[in-house]
Design a protein around this ligand. Sequence first.
Ligand SMILES: Cc1cc2nc3c(=O)[nH]c(=O)nc-3n(C[C@H](O)[C@H](O)[C@H](O)COP(=O)(O)OP(=O)(O)OC[C@H]3O[C@@H](n4cnc5c(N)ncnc54)[C@H](O)[C@@H]3O)c2cc1C
Length: 501
Amino acid sequence: MRRVVIIGAGIGGLASALLLANAGLEVVVCEAGATPGGKLRHAVAGGVRIDAGPTVLTMLPVFQAIFASAGARLEDYVAVERLDVLARHAWEGVRSLDLFDDTARNVAAIGEFAGAKAALGYKAFAARSKKIYEILDGSFMQIAQPGLAGLVLRSGVSLMNISPFATLWGELGTYFANPRLRQLFGRYATYCGSSPFNAPATLMLIAHAEQRGVWRVQGGMFALARAFEAAAQARGVQFLYNAPVQDILIASGRACGVKLNNGEVLPADAVVANTELGALAGGLLGAAAQQAVAGSMKGAVRSFSAKTWAMTGSISGNFQPAHHNVFFSEDYPAEFAQLAAGQMPADPTVYLCAPEPGAFFALINAPANGDAPQVEAFPPCLTRVMKKLQDCGLRLTPTAVTAAQPRQFATMFPGSGGALYGRALTGWRDSFARPGTRTKLPGLFLAGGSVHPGPGLPMAAISGRLAASAVMDFCARSRTVVMPGGISTPSAMTGGRRAQL
Ligand SMILES: Cc1cc2nc3c(=O)[nH]c(=O)nc-3n(C[C@H](O)[C@H](O)[C@H](O)COP(=O)(O)OP(=O)(O)OC[C@H]3O[C@@H](n4cnc5c(N)ncnc54)[C@H](O)[C@@H]3O)c2cc1C
């Protein structure tokens, strides 16, 4: 039986592990932390477990399809519920605006909020974002190494149809004269840790991804990580927690295993790195791995980090929170100019999740300076956050707060500097600059939010599926190697069962 070691139990690593084990390979996942999920994590505040990583679950069919490929049903492991209100949006001194998972309801809501012309603008925008989503779903997101030329050939459409050359902010101006609507839809760039002022307009496809559904996970988002873990364990995957990998080992010019921090060596026919690309490129997993991804970070600008607060508390005021809420800054250009200059915004846009009564998770974007010697202290920031909520009609009185900032993210996700979404999208080239799953080192594969197709749970899960597919292909074609010192991988080539992915 072929053995694969996966470094990291983020969603990309978990998806790979599930699929590879189902295909008959022996899979060991080495995770530096104590639990699966990586960024998909919770924090404890006042004794309550509150999601403190991703909270917006989109593209559920991606996860269902991965489970189905492994002969399982996602719903047997975790309960999900579709939300009809995608998010509630607030500004100071004006009424709030809900977006729904139904375009017709949005047309009506936007018409009431900003008039008939804005409603027509939204209708055109929704149609355009749907078109871009549909073009890129099959020709980019699900494809292993999509170059620009390949994309054009596969989709058979002109590049102009996906607006890679305009900025999101600029393009939104052609649909929305209302600055608040432009701000609302421009915020989608931050889902990739990027600024709407230089990210390509292609990112408007995220609006359509949300239109296709946003789900709430019963028991919290972290239950999704546990679902993957349980399904993988049922297929024989071995999870080693508190097991950081120090080095990716090579023999005969290919990856042949890993060395843990405690000195233990795990031989393998293939290795999947679900770490930050920056960790490999920065040499944190050894010189061979560094060489394997040489050049892949060229020209990369870090995506945003965040300051986050998981809180218990009580609320009052005339703003009733939905599950997802956004409280916008008064001056979007100034906010992103400050972030670009490496500063915390004076007036930040605040995302607030209210998963259950009395529990909250707040997030603001922050520069990814978690490895810099000095970062801004917390208290003034939380004060600003609370003031923003209050100015929009929500008074939140916390009873317990657990905070995280770029410095913690940089430590939790080595090689990131605190950046949470890989490289930022600062122009059309960046989407194509992310490496695919294959590296220059045979037997070493990549999965996760910093490689193709990019960040976000569904995208990172797709990267895990692409990695599993490439590993199976590799194992079917190559022979087992003997490691230096005579430690061999568990068995000779057996040509293990291959699954349809
Ligand atoms: C605060 C926050 C909010 C977000 N909001 C959303 C959202 O609402 N919706 C959404 O879809 N996405 C969101 N994202 C993005 C999403 O969480 C990520 O894109 C995705 O989870 C990344 O998954 P990954 O596969 O790259 O693995 P990661 O989550 O990056 O996990 C990698 C794992 O590798 C481990 N590791 C690293 N180095 C080693 C080593 N040497 N040895 C062993 N293990 C190692 C780490 O401990 C970690 O567990 C958010 C992210 C954050 C942080």
